[in-house]
Design a protein. Structure first.
Length: 332
């Protein structure tokens, strides 16, 4: 049977029955399929010429001793697992999945009668981190209270490699999270406020050697923060080479305007037109407009020193969804 090493050998001019994938007996050097042979009593008639090592997988023909199966930093995919098992590995050393706590700040998010603002940003961040191979945990909603925020962070900090907060980060306004974090002994403010659209209120502390990232409570701004800061941070902490994102060269069909000095992430729509790929920015935008996440199928990153792109320009975008086969009606 497959997997069992035969306890017998054969000589020249002899044959034995073997199953697909099974080791062949000592003395044999080729395998003939049943449909290419006829058995009559103790004789086997071979219907076609047989070459030496025909239908035989020789030791080392696939993975040889010393071959590199998977490089350090590569995310393990299903085919890596199959190759490791075939090569005889039962376990390998891996980087620990980063455990990340998510704290959502805001009285408006607390489930009470009269409050109608759902906490969509928390689950969005959770799902995003899951896709990156992390172990995210939704801590829950904390009210707009500096003491509550401080106590929550102190209570859970040692349980996570990274903390992410949303809400309470406005620069110069109701910036409760930065104020609370600044009171922790040894807290090191890395930055607060960035030239990023959306997501200008993004900030970061390092406390007890652990990064704490502060994002806007608005889902689109938080998603940009994840792309701009969390993804590179995960890559740095784990040494992982993240899967490449698909890109496309597209023709701008409507001007994209940027503010000099700001790095902007535009949700755009890519569609097929006239034998090439065309792109338009969504007309309705904003850090809290969820529909841009649903309709936009690509991201255009415009750097700080670029005012924008004119109609007819060609740019590279990152695809995050299927390409529309024609110009969607919602762009009208």
């Amino acid at each position: 049977e497959a997997g069992e090493v035969p306890k017998f050998s054969i000589n020249a001019g002899e044959a034995a029955i073997v199953f697909t994938g099974a080791p062949i007996p000592e003395g044999s050097d080729s395998v003939v399929p049943f449909e290419e042979a006829v058995r009559r009593g103790n004789l086997v008639h071979i219907l076609r010429p047989v070459q030496k090592y025909k239908n035989v997988s020789r030791a080392g023909e696939d993975i040889k001793t010393g071959d590199l199966i998977i490089r350090r930093g590569i995310i393990i995919r299903p085919w890596h697992i199959a190759a490791l098992i075939e090569a005889g590995f039962e376990e390998v050393k891996v980087f620990k999945r980063p455990r990340i706590g998510i704290i959502n700040v805001g009285n408006e998010l607390i489930v009470e009668e009269g409050n109608k603002i759902p906490n969509s940003t928390g689950p969005l961040i959770y799902a995003y981190l899951k896709e990156l191979g992390c172990e995210p945990v939704l801590i829950g909603v904390v009210p707009d209270d500096e003491e509550e925020i401080l106590n929550t962070v102190l209570r859970i900090l040692r349980d996570f490699e990274i903390l992410i907060t949303t809400g309470g980060t406005s620069v110069g306004g109701k910036d409760l999270v930065p104020e609370a974090l600044s009171r922790i002994s040894g807290a090191n403010l890395i930055f607060h406020g960035v030239n990023l659209r959306p997501g200008r209120t993004t900030g970061a502390y390092v406390i007890e050697g652990k990064p704490i990232l502060m994002f806007s409570g608005l889902p689109v701004a938080a998603l940009v923060g994840l792309e701009a800061f969390v993804k590179p941070l995960i890559r740095h902490l784990t040494g992982a080479t993240l899967l490449p994102e698909p890109t496309a060269r597209v023709k701008v069909r409507r001007r994209v305007t940027n503010v000099i000095g700001f790095k902007s992430f535009f949700r755009v729509v890519v569609y097929r037109e006239g034998g090439e790929l065309s792109m338009e920015p969504l007309r309705l935008t904003g850090s809290g407009i969820i529909s841009t996440l649903l309709r936009g199928n690509a991201i255009l990153v415009v750097n700080e020193n670029i005012e924008g792109y004119d109609e007819g320009d060609y740019v590279d975008v990152v695809l995050i969804g299927p390409i529309y086969e024609k110009r969607p009606e919602f762009l009208e």
